[in-house]
Design a binder for this molecule. Structure first.
Ligand code: B16
Ligand code: MG
Length: 219
């Protein structure tokens, strides 16, 4: 069996933390007197903390001095950390466990490619850290998605060529990053939003072991 590198995004793919990011950003935006819609939130998925706040300020026509900016980022993260503090294995998204087990049993590389600086503690909380051959998160990269840096780094750590990497992503920026890296992109979520992906699934329940087997065999 070939050894491919499967790269998982975290928020919205492995765990449903996307909803906690949304709630924390909404609270912050409203606090600044800025409206914040679900559609706008879609544009923040996969986007770094700094760039997310920059976008919200732009939408609200607001500016902050550097100290206030840092303050607001801390406020959002403190609020977010509170949301995730009680996370446990029940928050793994449907069938993530089955897919991870199938790939492990078939000797595939499992890696993380997330923009989040909170990725490691979250993996610990849902007790899957030991399944990963490499973890690349927001602390390890300088360029945010749609730049492919995060995925290229995961490939490098497992000595995999880009064409042998398969990326699971729930964000437009992440799908663009995977495509820019020359990797196979699989959108997890709404296919209308993630239409740039090579394959689309609402969630992992639709992604069969046979489909995974074919990805592994694919030259
Ligand atoms: P943090 P992912 C991304 O994680 C989220 O989708 C995005 O909403 C968030 O702003 C970003 O991480 C940074 O997260 O504030 O925890 O460092 O989807 O790339 O796993
Ligand atoms: Mg995501």
């Amino acid at each position: 069996m070939k050894r491919k590198c499967f790269i998982f995004d975290l928020d919205g793919v492995i765990v449903d933390t996307a909803k906690y990011h949304y709630q924390a950003w909404k609270a912050l935006a409203n606090d600044l007197g800025i409206d914040f819609s679900i559609e706008q939130n879609e544009q923040l998925k996969g986007v770094s903390r700094v760039q997310s706040l920059e976008k919200i300020l732009k939408w609200g026509g607001r500016t902050l001095d550097p100290i206030e900016f840092q303050d607001k980022m801390n406020q959002k993260n403190t609020n977010y950390l509170e949301y995730i503090s009680n996370m446990d294995t029940s928050e793994l998204l449907p069938d993530v466990d089955r897919v991870l087990r199938f790939l492990t049993n078939n000797n595939q590389f499992i890696t993380l490619g997330s923009a989040s600086k909170n990725a490691r503690p979250i993996l610990d909380k849902v007790k899957i850290t030991s399944l990963f051959d490499a973890i690349v998160d927001g602390n390890d990269v300088s360029k945010a998605k749609p730049n492919p840096e995060v995925f290229l780094k995961a490939a490098r750590l497992t000595k995999s060529k880009a064409k042998n990497c398969i990326v699971f992503e729930d964000s437009v920026a992440g799908i663009q990053a995977a495509n820019a890296a020359g990797m196979i992109s699989i959108g997890i979520g709404d296919a209308r939003i993630l239409h740039e992906a090579q394959y689309n699934f609402e969630d992992f329940r639709g992604l069969s072991n046979t489909f995974l087997e074919n990805l592994i065999k694919k030259s």
